[in-house]
Design a protein around this ligand. Structure first.
Ligand code: PLP
Length: 407
């Protein structure tokens, strides 16, 4: 892409200057977590150097300033995902906590024995286990949309799974294990036609494409800051106010109350009802600056460049004789998962690490889909806009070398 200056962008990420095993770091583990630009690191540094104080409780200047930063971050994040109200932005630790919150709170309010929840076969464990726990508590039933051999979910099968007992559909937007991009708008529409709300796990989509929660008409949307160039320990649960207002608090403690007596506690309004205790204050500040950083480059440019990288990597990998792609959906983003013949992914990953190349190996917290393909795991390279085609060429060289050593 001619107007995308990747060389300049790379300068923004201090960690990319590192050497690993004597070789320049090539970081292809972006689906696990992304690296942080100096702009984001500085925002948190500035917070601790100049503003650090607890929020919402003080009349003193520092507390007011910290509160303003924290709440203005909520407002920027609202704008970024085009939510209607900042009270619909709940700060959580990450996608996992967001899903647990909904499973616990929505689950306790709306699920009864015999009710059903629908997920898909390509979910991350964090969009499986909380629902299994809910099913155990409520004696409810988990139903799973199957996928075809390319890792695409079967929409007709999904339609058949919806019944009057379905209380929620919760599916991943982009699979971390295969890269499949689900047709979430269609999935939401189908559920809504049956009167069923939908939760989308956006852990792998927020960093790659425009998310507009109102355009999607999604009921709950979850993502993690660390996967979108912000710090760990912060994430967002977006929820429609009409639903969040009907749901009981998740955790109890300070912040989530209006008044407390031994006889009766009155809970706070949204979003605080779901934010018990001192929050992660630096997290929203970090996330706000990560979104600013992305907007400064331009999300559509980022998306186009990352799509080019994925296409280039897929084509180059196809040249390797014993390559077996796992996940060949038509719509994919930023992830290639593969095996080389019968070589164990761990062995390929270890040799690549010796060459300074970070890929992820294993089941990627998505054991059921690995079982579906009858494999123990894959080698996964996942791309970000700071990666280059030259790095992909080195990955290919590394895989060829690993194949020679291991075959
Ligand atoms: N969902 C998907 C698709 C993911 O890729 C991940 C993390 O890899 C998660 C959920 C969980 O995210 P976190 O560990 O940040 O809570």
């Amino acid at each position: 892409m001619p107007d995308f200056d990747v060389k300049k962008i790379r300068e923004d990420f201090p960690i990319l200057k590192r050497f690993i095993n004597g070789k320049p770091l090539i970081y292809f583990d972006n689906a696990a977590t992304t690296q942080k630009p100096q702009y984001v690191l500085d925002s948190v540094d500035n917070y601790y150097k100049n503003l650090n104080s607890n929020v919402h409780r003080g009349v003193h200047t520092l507390s007011e300033e910290a509160t303003n930063e924290y709440e203005s971050a909520r407002e920027s994040i609202r704008k970024y995902i085009n939510a209607g109200k900042s009270s619909e932005i709940i700060f959580v630790r990450g996608t996992t906590e967001a899903i647990n919150l909904v499973a616990s709170s929505f689950g306790s309010e709306f699920f009864n024995a015999g009710d059903e929840i629908i997920i898909s076969a390509i979910e991350h464990h964090s969009n499986i286990v909380p629902w299994q726990m809910l099913c155990e508590r409520k004696n409810a039933k988990l139903k799973v949309i199957p996928v075809d051999d390319g890792g695409e979910i079967l929409i007709d099968e999904y339609k058949k799974l919806l019944t009057e007992k379905t209380k929620l559909v919760s599916v991943v937007h982009i699979s971390n294990a295969l890269g499949t991009q689900n047709p979430v708008k269609e999935i939401i529409q189908i559920a809504h036609n049956a009167g069923v709300p939908v939760m989308i796990d956006g852990a792998q989509s927020i960093q790659h494409s425009k998310i507009d929660v109102r355009e999607l008409d999604v009921d709950f949307f979850a993502f993690s800051g660390h996967k979108v160039y912000a710090h760990t320990g912060i994430g967002v649960l977006y929820g429609k106010e009409s639903l969040l207002n009907k749901m009981p608090p998740y955790h109890g403690g300070g912040e989530m109350i209006k008044s407390v007596s031994f006889e009766k506690t009155i809970y706070n309004d949204l979003p605080y009802k779901f934010e018990a205790g001192t929050p992660n204050i630096e997290g929203p500040i970090s996330l706000k600056s990560a979104f600013e950083y992305i907007e400064n480059i331009g999300l559509s440019k980022i998306e186009q460049y990352e799509d080019e990288l994925l296409e280039y990597a897929t084509n180059r990998l196809s040249e390797i004789k014993n390559i077996r792609f796992i996940g060949t959906a038509k719509e994919k983003k930023s992830v290639v998962s593969f095996l080389c013949g019968d070589i164990h992914p761990y062995d390929t990953g270890t040799i690549l690490n010796n060459l300074g190349i970070a890929v992820r190996t294993g089941h990627h917290c998505a054991e059921p889909i690995m079982k579906r393909f009858n494999i123990p795991g894959t080698v996964r390279a996942s791309f970000s806009f700071y990666n280059t085609k030259e790095e992909i060429d080195l990955l290919i060289e590394g895989i060829i070398k690993a194949n020679k050593m291991l075959s």
